[in-house]
Design a protein around this ligand. Structure first.
Ligand SMILES: Nc1ncnc2c1ncn2[C@@H]1O[C@H](COP(=O)(O)OP(=O)(O)O)[C@@H](O)[C@H]1O
Ligand SMILES: [Mg+2]
Length: 372
């Protein structure tokens, strides 16, 4: 998949931006801090997955002082088919978000998967030592793009979670009834089982080639495994659903005390282990980055296999953080994909790239050169 052109209207720092990517797969978006580079990739991530990769609220995405934003992209599939995708999100007169594919109106949830993308953010460099939220997002972002059923379950789960949490707080304040929890809990167990099973299966697939991928990057760890961290051990959908329902009931008292739900896939985590030891406990910072890079390649090939379409790659501010060998490996592995790479400084030696200067809500092509 390739982005052919992009329109941003009243999105973040962009009041009105319209541009065409032109020839070449590698695009370097260069500009000082706060120029709007991440905003641009974020816009693409919203078109791709329906949500901001920074988990931003809709209100924060609309340009200050305005009431809506609009994003539109024209795409060219690997088989050279043209498509357009568009999202309009408004705050007033009432909150609403609508999507369009080829100008046919669809619920925004149905847009995910049209524009497959894999993202690499600065915080991913410390993926394994950082917060579990980003690790969960990584699995979810991948799965929503390949499975509409997973995407539907995730959306339903998040809604149910909000409803149960709101009820927990009302019960604590004496205005809600405990017997009303059951209906949310049944839903959470049902959707949570789909999500948990999705995570388990995805990790299993990624694990198949992880060791090989790491070896190609120069790490010869043995018995490399991806371990999913959860309460319970069931591996069938019915079994997981039963366990989740049991946990929701079991931890009700605790949940009531803190006013939020503590059991379920929104609290699960995962890690890499080699020889039964967690990567975060033995690997150097550099080695952890290597593992993250290996994981990026795995995500790209997973998406390509499942979708039959090459994802576009969004690299935010990470290139200069990698050493020369890893930079070269990254560029070689991503060849044949459209890559959008943001940077504050010129990056030498990354082959022929189209360099765009990002400045105050505008983009200016600086020409095709050897990486700046
Ligand atoms: N909703 C918004 N409306 C207008 N400007 C915004 C909005 N959200 C963020 N910004 C501005 O966008 C800029 C940050 O852009 P960003 O893409 O993160 O920069 P960078 O080039 O460093 O990645 C900041 O100057 C911020 O004030
Ligand atoms: Mg940035």
């Amino acid at each position: 998949m390739r982005l052919a052109s992009l329109v941003l209207e009243q999105f973040r720092s962009y009041l009105s931006l319209e541009f065409t990517f032109g020839e070449g797969d590698l695009h370097v978006l260069q500009g000082p801090n706060a120029a709007g580079k991440t905003n641009l990739l974020e816009a693409i991530s919203i078109l791709s997955s329906g949500r901001s990769f920074l988990s931003a609220e809709e209100d924060d995405l609309i340009a200050w002082g305005h009431d809506y934003y609009r994003l539109r992209a024209s795409l060219l599939s690997d088989a050279a088919e043209e498509q357009t995708i568009e999202i309009v999100s408004q705050r007033l007169p009432r909150r609403a978000r609508v999507g369009f594919v080829n100008d046919v109106r669809l619920p925004v949830g149905r847009l995910t998967g049209v524009l497959p993308a894999v993202t690499f953010l600065p915080q991913d460099l410390s993926l394994f030592s950082g917060s579990p939220a980003r690790r969960r997002d990584l699995l979810n972002d991948l799965l929503v793009q390949v499975s509409p059923a997973f995407a539907a379950s995730l959306a339903a789960y998040q809604k149910l979670l909000k409803q149960r949490n709101a009820l927990l707080r009302r019960i604590r304040e004496g205005t809600g009834r405990a017997q009303d929890l059951a209906v949310w809990e049944e839903g959470l167990a049902r959707e949570g089982a789909v999500i948990t099973l999705g995570h388990l299966e995805l990790l299993q697939v990624l694990q198949c080639t992880l060791e090989e991928e790491l070896r190609a990057l120069g790490e010869s760890w043995r018995s490399v495994r991806l371990v999913y961290d959860r309460h319970g051990g069931a591996t069938t959908q019915e079994g997981i659903e039963r366990e989740l329902l049991h946990d929701l009931l079991h931890f009700r008292e605790r949940d009531l005390a803190i006013g939020s739900t503590t059991a379920g896939p929104h609290r699960h985590d995962w890690r890499i282990e080699a020889d039964d030891r967690s990567l975060a406990s033995f690997a150097s910072r550099g080695q952890q980055r290597t593992a993250v890079l290996a994981l990026l390649f795995l995500q790209v090939s997973y998406m390509e296999v499942r979708r039959g379409e090459k994802p576009i790659i969004l690299l935010d501010d990470v290139f200069s953080e990698l050493d020369q060998a890893h930079q070269e490996c990254l560029m070689a592995s991503l060849e044949g994909h459209q890559v959008l790479l943001t940077t504050t400084h010129a990056v030498p030696g990354i082959g022929s790239a189209t360099v765009w200067e990002v400045k105050e809500g505008t983009l200016k092509e600086q020409g095709v050169g050897r990486g700046a």
